[in-house]
Design a protein around this ligand. Sequence first.
Ligand code: FES
Length: 122
Amino acid sequence: MIGDWLDIGSAQQIEAGTARTLPVEDASGAKVREIAVFRTMRGEFFAIENTCPHRQGPLSQGIVHGDVVTCPLHNWNISLRTGMALGGDEGCVPTIPLRVDAGRLYLLRSAVIGSGNQAEAA
Ligand code: FES
């Protein structure tokens, strides 16, 4: 069971209201995408692709309020829970299942890496 989950480190590494990024690399070491792991002010954790569905803004640099992040480029609001754009905006960013166990963060391995890929925390 634990092999299904990728340990990405201590939950303490992410301050409330902020995010850390996790690059996902292919077998050659080239970054293919980036995951943003958020901690809300209420202490919940969420993982989503670090790419705004509008014009690929870095959501990890946005403002977190409740379980929503506001993109730093054009202020779209993205649900951290569902990945959906809120309000009148349309779009969706993939979410990655995350769990917290004994103070450590785990992402569902199959949602992070495909065969032959490696992930490395930033
Ligand atoms: S790129 Fe995120 S709102 Fe435009």
